[in-house]
Design a protein around this ligand. Structure first.
Ligand code: HEM
Ligand SMILES: [Cu+2]
Length: 587
């Protein structure tokens, strides 16, 4: 490629031409709709998931819009009380089962794990595309349930709401969650086997990027916990259809049994949602502070620790459901325990930032947002894990604010960090730096305005899931709805500038952030089998920013924001060339 050499001749030279697109990549290799629907390429499957979950994110957001609009006035008269129940249920079901749970594993895990460990695809490509079909069938059931009148049980489906007392579409809704659960299991299985069996030579467990560790831990939960919720959902259906008393006390069932089964999955499931985000953060913070991660092993093992301990806490959702005092005491203590690995991560991230040369591109802003909001979410979890305070706070807006801080403040932020970090690799295009930073700022600002008032309301006793409230809460509710509007605008902005970037964005170099991971060795967008030259031999750990080498021991291009910003220069790879450091670098 002679252009790359000649275009540095001096300031008077014409603006350098854009780097040539790699001739064939996974996107342009074929254009038919069938080539997408029958693909077994993990990257295309990642994109299929990206498109699908984006639709559910918008749909779930619209349902939240109805809830927040209704709460503008104390009498909540915009929609009927029944419609209000159906709106918050649709919001919860769509966001949790069809957006947050698949978001990072199925989009970025599918797309990047093979590249990050230096291989061509996941272990089971056909299982991978099957998982997307299963997911979509589940989603169609759930969306049908919502459109055909809705479900009024809340996403938690507690009896007696979900027993034969409910006249709403419980069966199709439950069916949707049940079916999509299998896709979650398939993705988890695929990722787990891939990480075990398909790592490139030299990619030892101690050199795996922390994103891979996080998704490995997530897969563990997906595999072990999802079957439990599947069984509970089947039992709900059996009870409704056959009238056999399982959870419904009027026919001899036990409603608390359902809560145990449900939370045995759903508490670990909150870690299915957050762990992948934590993985993203470790990648982004190191890259944009140009430092090795502080405490690699502590972060890696804390992911596994969270996955394991996460199985032992479920009854902290049931402190007021009549469980024994001793059980409550134990679950309270165990809940405190999970804060330890979570805090280990936060401390290590902060130590990573310390004295780093930090630049504030959009992925970094989203990641910093994650850290701050996750700290608030995690700490308020401890208030809820404390028996005395939870009796006061249970089923209030305090709980709503807590889990939105972790799931929206934390996880959606982590999702956007991933999207902005890897977008140039996925699409081969750069997006607007200015607009993306604006979006990050607006989302973080809107988030605080939406959810801080909910802590205050909850503390003062406003219960969740009611369509109306005493007039003294109106100010805080209006503030929350105003914040949600800002948040909504912030979320729509990436849809605009990312779409525009596909058509007008500058072409991305192979490594626009000057990052160390193997995925940046692939062209942008990657070729069909990811790497142009195989096999790769990994010689060092994942974050050797101080040495200025990637995992193959090759020199990094100049980082963005530096004098010689590669985003403004042509050439697909960095200028530094091999550093011949291989023998000195230890993993
Ligand atoms: C430091 C770790 C955490 C602790 C100690 C903790 C503790 C708790 C407790 C005790 C409750 C029950 C409150 C009640 O209903 O009275 C709760 C609710 C909840 N938490 Fe957490 N939590 C933590 C982290 C997380 C994370 C990381 C997520 C999600 C990513 C999450 C999501 C939720 C959700 C969704 C609920 C409410 C579910 C519902 O009733 O609809 N939590 N948390
Ligand atoms: Cu929990």
């Amino acid at each position: 490629m002679s252009i790359a050499v000649t275009s540095h001749s001096g300031p008077a030279a014409a603006p350098p031409p854009e780097p040539p697109t790699p001739p064939v990549n996974y996107l342009n290799v074929s254009h038919t709709i069938w080539s997408w629907l029958f693909t077994v390429d993990h990257k295309r499957i990642g994109i299929l998931y990206l498109v699908s979950i984006s639709i559910f994110f918008v749909a779930g957001g619209a349902a939240a819009g109805i809830v927040r609009l209704n709460l503008l006035q104390p009498d909540g008269a915009i929609v009927s009380e029944d419609a209000y129940n159906r709106a918050f249920t649709a919001h919860g079901v769509l966001m949790l089962f069809f957006f947050l749970i698949p978001a990072v594993p199925a989009v970025f895990g599918n797309f990047f794990i093979p590249m990050m460990i230096g291989t061509k695809d996941l272990a089971f490509p056909k299982l991978n595309i099957a998982s997307w079909y299963v997911f979509m069938i589940g989603a169609v059931c759930a969306v049908w349930a919502v459109l055909a009148g809705g479900i009024d049980t809340g996403w938690t489906l507690y009896p007696p709401y979900s027993t034969r007392a409910s006249q709403s579409n419980v069966i199709p809704g439950v069916m949707g969650a049940f079916i999509s659960g299998f896709s979650s299991i398939m993705t988890g299985l695929n990722i787990m086997v891939t990480v075990h069996k398909m790592r490139a030579p030299g990619m030892t467990w101690g050199r795996l990027p922390l994103f891979v560790w996080a998704l490995y831990a997530t897969s563990l939960i997906q595999l072990l916990a999802t079957p439990v919720v599947a069984i509970s959902l089947v039992l709900i259906m059996v009870e409704r259809v056959a009238g056999i008393g399982i959870f419904d006390p009027t026919i001899g069932g036990d409603p608390v049994l359902f809560q145990h089964l449900f939370w045995f999955y759903s508490h670990p499931a909150v870690y299915i949602m957050i762990l992948p985000g934590m993985g993203v953060i470790s990648e982004v913070l190191t890259c944009f502070s140009r430092k090795n991660i502080f405490g690699y092993h502590a972060i890696a093992w804390s992911s596994v620790g969270i996955a394991v301990v996460g199985f032992l806490l479920w009854a902290h959702h049931m402190f007021v459901a009549g469980i024994s005092f001793y059980a409550a005491l134990l679950f309270s203590l165990l809940s405190m325990l999970v804060a330890v690995p979570s805090a280990i991560k936060v401390f290590n991230w902060v130590a990573t930032l310390y004295r780093g040369s930090i630049t504030y591109q959009a992925p970094m802003l989203f990641s910093l947002g994650f850290v701050v909001l996750f700290i608030v979410g995690g700490l308020t979890g401890l208030f809820l894990a404390t028996l005395g305070t939870d009796i006061h706070l249970h089923d209030t807006y305090f709980v709503v604010a807590h889990f939105h801080f972790v799931m929206v403040g934390g996880m959606v932020m982590g999702y956007f960090a991933a999207l902005h970090f890897w977008w140039p690799k996925m699409t081969g295009r750069m997006y607007s730096d200015w607009w993306s930073r604006m979006a990050a700022a607006i989302i973080i600002f809107g988030f605080f305005i939406t959810f801080i008032p909910q802590f205050v309301m909850g503390y003062h006793g406003m219960p969740r899931r009611y369509p109306n409230y005493p007039a003294e809460f109106q100010f805080l509710n209006v503030m929350s709805t105003a914040g949600a509007s800002i948040l909504g605008i912030g979320y729509l902005m990436p849809a605009v500038y990312l779409t525009l970037s596909l058509f007008f964005g500058k072409r991305a170099t192979a490594n626009p952030w000057s990052a160390t991971g193997l995925e940046w060795q692939c062209p942008s967008p990657p070729v069909v089998h990811n790497f142009e030259h195989m096999p790769l031999v990994v010689v060092c750990g994942p974050y050797e920013y101080a040495l200025g080498v990637d995992q193959l021991g090759r020199g990094l291009p100049e980082p963005p924001g530096s004098q010689d910003d590669p985003a403004h220069r042509d050439g697909v790879t960095g200028p530094a060339g091999p550093m011949h450091k291989e023998t000195e670098v230890v993993g």
